[in-house]
Design a protein around this ligand. Structure first.
Ligand SMILES: CC(C)(COP(=O)(O)OP(=O)(O)OC[C@H]1O[C@@H](n2cnc3c(N)ncnc32)[C@H](O)[C@@H]1OP(=O)(O)O)[C@@H](O)C(=O)NCCC(=O)NCCS
Length: 171
């Protein structure tokens, strides 16, 4: 599978892969979203971020992983963990998406997801799948507002239940 063109993911923001050197900026963005970690513990640390940069679903390699940042000029405004072709060849999986608190509630998150779906469609993807933590109103409302429907599948971890949802995308 060829590499996706992440510079096509947004016209408004610069998108690039995040590295260890970006950890302090990612941590600053994440720590201001306590609601998310109340539902999805433990609370973020720089060590957890480093782990998340490497974590993969079964059968995938780092080549399929896009742990990316959206930049407004030089300011990191959103972080996303995206897996190409998971769980099947024409589905992309969003493992994590967070917008800086000072940019929230202005349509930034929705605009990023809309543009991403168009770009993923150009890459040959036909659906985007993700999961939210059951009972997190912010995540559930946001994804439903953005056209994601529950697949009916859930999975239980020790501390919470993940509800899976999908949005079909077409060319
Ligand atoms: C969810 C998130 C990405 C939305 O980003 P955003 O830029 O604020 O999104 P938009 O402005 O495009 O849309 C806001 C929508 O989010 C939902 N939302 C945001 N905050 C909410 C809250 N406290 N309670 C319920 N719904 C909420 C609503 O559906 C809202 O739409 P509305 O204003 O029409 O009611 C952002 O709040 C965030 O980063 N949250 C923490 C991380 C997270 O939960 N990520 C998703 C799970 S991986």
């Amino acid at each position: 599978m060829r590499n996706m063109k992440i510079d096509h993911f947004s016209k408004k923001y610069t998108v690039r892969k995040l590295t260890e050197a970006d950890c302090p900026a990612i941590y600053e963005l994440c720590r201001k979203n306590p609601l998310f970690y109340r539902h999805c513990p433990p609370f973020v640390t720089e060590e957890e971020i480093l782990e998340d940069m490497k974590v993969l679903p079964p059968g995938k390699t780092m080549k399929d992983k896009y742990y990316i940042g959206y930049y407004d000029k030089n300011t990191l405004i959103a972080v996303m963990d995206l897996i190409q072709a998971f769980p099947d060849e024409t589905t992309a999986f969003i493992g994590f998406f967070m917008v800086d608190i000072s940019f929230q509630k202005r349509g930034v998150g929705s605009a990023i997801i809309d543009e991403l779906c168009k770009a993923l469609s150009d890459e040959g993807m036909r659906a985007v799948r993700l999961g939210w933590v059951k009972g997190n109103p912010q995540a559930e409302h946001f994804w439903k507002k953005n056209g994601f429907s529950e697949t009916g599948k859930t999975s239980d971890t020790e501390r919470y239940t993940i509800v899976y949802a999908e949005r079909k995308i077409s060319c």
